[in-house]
Design a protein. Structure first.
Length: 497
DNA sequence: CGCATTTGACCAGCGC
DNA sequence: GCGCTGGTCAAATGCG
C-alpha cells in the first residue's frame, strides 16, 4: 500500500516537473530545453531506481516480519495446544480456551498503579498465591486480578480461602478472576484498558555505562529529589525527576558501582514532552527498550509471571516491583558477563518469581559461549539464554559484518550506537523481541518490531512531537504505518552514525 | 533572591 | 505485628 502510494506520488511529481519545464521552455531555446528535460528525466530515473530498490528492501523487511509473525503464531498455537495437557486443573483449561485469540492479548497485561494496589487488597494475597502455588501457570490469576475492576471487600475476603489446591477452589478463583473477561469487550473498554495501562505501568529501563565523571550527562534536565544509601552498596543512589517539563513522570536513578567506574542509570516512565536533541540518544534507547517491555508484556498470556524483566546489579540491587517491568542495557566496555550471568542465575534461583534480561552491548570477546536462539525467529549475535530460568544475555556484536566496536566509543556514542542497533536493525528487533517474548512468556515479537519501528518513526517525524512512544500502542493501524515509515527511512540514517 | 541540592523524616511494600 | 528496605517528601542549606 505504502509502496503503491509512493509510486503514484512520484508520478505526480514528474508530471508537475514536466509542466514546469514546458512553461520555462518559452524563454529558452529548444536545444537547451531538450537538454534540461533529458537531465530531469535522468534524475527522475535515478530517483525511480532508488525508490524501486527501496521498495524491494521494504518487501524484504515485510517478509522478515511476516516470517517472524508466522513463527510466533506457530509457537502460540503449540503453546495453546500443549498447555491444557500440562495443566492439572480443568479451570486452567477453561481459562486458556476462553482467552484464545486477540482477546487473550488484551487480557494478559495486568498492571495497576501503586494507588490501585493500595485499594486492591487482593493484590498481595493473589500474588503470594501465584508465587507460591504455581510458578508456571497460575500467574494468570494475578494478571487478571490487576486488570479487573476493583473487587468488593466481600470478594476480597473470599480470597483469603485456605490455600488447598483443590480443583474446586481453583475453579472458584478462576471464576472470580475471569468473569469480566466474558463481558463484551467494547472498543471503549479496550481504550480505557490501554490508556490505563499506559498510565499505570512504568517500565524501567536500566542502562549500565562506564562513566569516569561523578555524573553522566544524558542530555536531559534532571532535578534531584532524593538520595539514599541502598543495601549492599556504600555509594548512595540518587533519585532524579525530569525537569524539562513539570508534569513529566520520568524518573531516573543513578547508582555507581562500588568496584568499578560503571554507572547504572535506571529510567522509569516515558517523557511526555519534546526532548532536547542531546537527550534523544539515551531517550530513544530507553524508550525503545521500554516499548519492547510494554509490548511484550501486553501480549504475554501467562506462564512466567509476566512481570518481569528484572535487573540485578552486584552490590547494588535495584529493587523491582512486579508492577514495573525492567530491562537492562549493558553498554559498558568492560562488563562482567560471566560473573553477572552467574549472579543473575543465583539471584533467580532465589527469586523464581522474577525474571531477568540483560542486554549486553559490549564487544564480542567479553562473551564467549554462544547459544543459539531457538525461538524460530532469527539467530543474531551471541545470545545467552536459559529459558528455564528466564535469564538472557545478548551480545549484539557477534556477527562480523554487524559488529560495532563499542569500546572505542564514548558513553554517548555507545548509547547512540545501541539505539541504532535496537531501532534500525530488524534483526536486533527480532532478537530483542524474541528475548522479551521468551522471558515474558509468549507474545508477539511482531508487535515489538512494530513498536520499535514506531518509536523510531515518532522521533523521526518531528522533534516537536512528544517523545513518548508508548502511545503508539493505542493504534495498531498507526503502528503499521509508522513501521513502514521507519523502514522507509532507515537506510538513510545508516549513513549518519 | 531564586533555584537546585541535601538530608532526615515519613510511608508503603514485603518478608519473617 | 514488626522490622527492614526502597522510594518520596519537604524543610534546610548552598550556590550563583
Amino acid at each position: 500500500m505504502e509502496i503503491g502510494l509512493r509510486k503514484a506520488d512520484l508520478g505526480e511529481m514528474v508530471k508537475e516537473e514536466n509542466k514546469a519545464a514546458e512553461s520555462d521552455g518559452d524563454e529558452r531555446g529548444s536545444a537547451e530545453k531538450i537538454v534540461l528535460q533529458d537531465y530531469r528525466l535522468e534524475r527522475k530515473k535515478a530517483e525511480m531506481g532508488k525508490v524501486i530498490e527501496e521498495n524491494q528492501r521494504l518487501k524484504m523487511y515485510l517478509e522478515l516480519i511476516l516470517k517472524d509473525y508466522r513463527a510466533l503464531q506457530m509457537q502460540y498455537k503449540d503453546f495453546v495446544q500443549q498447555e491444557p495437557k500440562k495443566s492439572t486443573s480443568a479451570s486452567a483449561v477453561n481459562i486458556h480456551q476462553n482467552t484464545e485469540g486477540s482477546e487473550l492479548m488484551s487480557l494478559s497485561l495486568g498492571i495497576s498503579s501503586s494507588s490501585d494496589r493500595k485499594n486492591d487488597k487482593t493484590y498481595s494475597i493473589t500474588k503470594r498465591k501465584v508465587d507460591g502455588e504455581d510458578k508456571a501457570g497460575l500467574a494468570l490469576g494475578l494478571i487478571c486480578k490487576f486488570k479487573g475492576p476493583k473487587t468488593t471487600p466481600a470478594e476480597s475476603s473470599t480470597n483469603n480461602l485456605s490455600s488447598e489446591n483443590s480443583i474446586e477452589e481453583v475453579k472458584k478463583e478462576a471464576m472470580k478472576i475471569w468473569p469480566q473477561n466474558k463481558f463484551p469487550n467494547t472498543v471503549k473498554n479496550r481504550e480505557h484498558e490501554v490508556s490505563l495501562q499506559n498510565l499505570t505501568k512504568r517500565p524501567r529501563v536500566s542502562v549500565r555505562v562506564r562513566c569516569d565523571t561523578p555524573t553522566m550527562d544524558d542530555g536531559c534536565r534532571w532535578r534531584k529529589y532524593g538520595q539514599k544509601i541502598s543495601k549492599g552498596n556504600p555509594r548512595p543512589r540518587a533519585y532524579y525527576r525530569c525537569a524539562v517539563a513539570p508534569s513529566c513522570p520520568v524518573r531516573k536513578q543513578v547508582q555507581r558501582c562500588v568496584d568499578n567506574m560503571s554507572i547504572l542509570l535506571t529510567y522509569e516512565g516515558i517523557h511526555n514532552h519534546p526532548l532536547p536533541v542531546s537527550a534523544t540518544a539515551m531517550a530513544s534507547t530507553t524508550s525503545a527498550a521500554a516499548s519492547m517491555l510494554i509490548s511484550g508484556s501486553k501480549t504475554s498470556i501467562s506462564g512466567t509471571n509476566f512481570n518481569g524483566l528484572n535487573f540485578y546489579y552486584p552490590n547494588s540491587p535495584i529493587s523491582s516491583s512486579p508492577l514495573c517491568p525492567s530491562i537492562t542495557l549493558d553498554l559498558t566496555p568492560t562488563s562482567f558477563p560471566s560473573s553477572s550471568l552467574s549472579h543473575l542465575s543465583r539471584l533467580h534461583n532465589f527469586t523464581q518469581t522474577h525474571s531477568t534480561t540483560n542486554f549486553n552491548f559490549t564487544s564480542l570477546d567479553t562473551n564467549a559461549f554462544p547459544i543459539s536462539w531457538t525461538n524460530g525467529i532469527h539467530n543474531y549475535g551471541n545470545q545467552h539464554c536459559s529459558n528455564k530460568n528466564q535469564i538472557c544475555s545478548f551480545n549484539f556484536g557477534a556477527q562480523p559484518q554487524e559488529t560495532l566496536h563499542w569500546q572505542s566509543l564514548s558513553s554517548q556514542d555507545t548509547i547512540a550506537a545501541a539505539t541504532k542497533a535496537i531501532t534500525l536493525n530488524p534483526r536486533f528487533q527480532s532478537a530483542l523481541s524474541a528475548a522479551l517474548t521468551s522471558v515474558i512468556g509468549s507474545g508477539s515479537a511482531q508487535q515489538g518490531n512494530q513498536t520499535l519501528a514506531d518509536n523510531k518513526s515518532s522521533q523521526n517525524t518531528k522533534s516537536s512531537e512528544p517523545f513518548p512512544v508508548l502511545s503508539s500502542f493505542l493504534s495498531a493501524a498507526n503502528a503499521n504505518k509508522c513501521a513502514l515509515n521507519f523502514l522507509d527511512k532507515s537506510h538513510d540514517r545508516d549513513h549518519l552514525i
